[in-house]
Design a protein around this ligand. Structure first.
Ligand code: UDP
Ligand code: MG
Length: 314
């Protein structure tokens, strides 16, 4: 008998209790229609506080293809995905959101492209109308900004939903950083890729776990992970400021020579002081962002901790 390739589906769950059954239905329907592959579905419970874990365990109880990894607390989506990627044994892996915003029906198409020799198959959202206007716009702004300040070009409208061959996964596992901006890391490793289009669904149940503040921090993480431009730009702002200061000083000195000491000027002095003072604070803050990240990296703490795994024996 010819050995079928093993495909690992990786799905992080954080308080998705209501969606577990829908996810299971949707995934098994698709997998059953692809008999030429073997599947393992790795569900990571990222420290949920609702009934996500018990629902997942119940699913795994009936289907040996499901493997449940329970993390010791909430580590965030990036860490949860890393746990899944580390545990996956497949010849290729596919991370997919638990809320069915990434349509499982696309998996067949992705596998076809993989069979044609592509090592990465990117799923590109051609229609994001189910995401709010603000989210679409800020996401677009982020990708544009990121791609301007960084050498790494992250493709726009491509999320974590993608297929990666084993060679890509092994490359990914060599990246040791603790702060994992996965979209960036996925892109950083390279390899031959192709894009398939899809329309982004609305969430099956529940609400998004990424609030505005969390997204903002995620964006800062993305930019600081792959670009030094925010650090370097201060050299030029400083240079510009000092050239301006030299001209202004010359002007003042000459004016004092000609017209004598001039006491007024308090307002302009204050404005200049405040302006440069706040620039300095801002640049310090940005340096702080990077130092903070160096600090966390240097601790070398594990990215996630697994509490327990559940899988039915075959
Ligand atoms: N998620 C996670 N840990 C977290 C936050 C989110 O594992 O701390 C999972 C969540 O359960 C979902 C996926 O990451 O499967 C995407 O999250 P969400 O749908 O809230 O993000 P959005 O689609 O709104 O960007
Ligand atoms: Mg979602």
């Amino acid at each position: 008998m010819q050995l079928r390739p093993l495909v690992s589906i990786i799905s992080p769950f954080y308080n998705e209790g209501l969606g577990v059954l829908k996810f299971k239905e949707a995934i098994t329907n698709v997998l059953n229609s692809l008999p030429e592959y073997d599947f393992e579905i790795i569900c990571i419970d990222d420290g949920s506080t609702d009934n996500t874990l018990s629902n997942l365990i119940a699913v795994a109880h009936h289907d040996h293809r499901f493997r449940i990894i329970e993390l010791s607390r909430n580590f965030g989506k990036e860490a949860a995905m890393t746990a899944g990627i580390d545990e996956a044994k497949g010849n290729c892996i596919i991370p997919i959101d638990a809320d069915l915003q990434d349509p499982p029906a696309l998996i067949g198409k992705m596998l076809l492209a993989w069979q044609q020799g592509y090592e990465v198959v990117l799923a590109k959202r051609i229609d994001r109308s189910t995401d709010s206007f603000a989210k679409r716009k800020t996401a677009q702004l982020f990708y544009r900004l990121h791609n301007v300040v960084s050498n790494l070009q992250i493709p726009e409208d491509v999320g974590d939903f993608r297929l990666m061959d084993r060679v890509v996964v092994d490359a990914l596992k060599k990246l040791p950083e603790r702060q994992r901006f996965m979209k960036g890391l996925f892109t950083w490793v390279g390899f031959k890729s192709v894009t398939v289009d899809y329309v982004r669904n609305a969430r099956s149940t529940g609400t998004t776990k990424f609030s505005g503040w969390r997204l903002w921090n995620f964006a800062i993480e993305g930019i600081t992970s792959f670009s030094l431009v925010p650090l370097k730009v201060w050299t030029y702002i400083g240079l510009f400021g000092s050239v301006f200061a030299i001209f202004y000083a010359t002007f003042i000195i000459i004016r004092t020579w000609i017209f004598g000491i001039d006491l007024p000027g308090y307002a302009s002095l204050l404005v200049v002081m405040l302006f440069f003072g706040s620039l300095q604070l801002m640049s310090l803050g940005i340096i702080g962002e990077y130092i903070g990240r160096i600090y966390f990296e240097s601790k070398q703490r594990p990215i996630y901790l697994i509490k327990k795994q559940y899988q039915l024996k075959k």
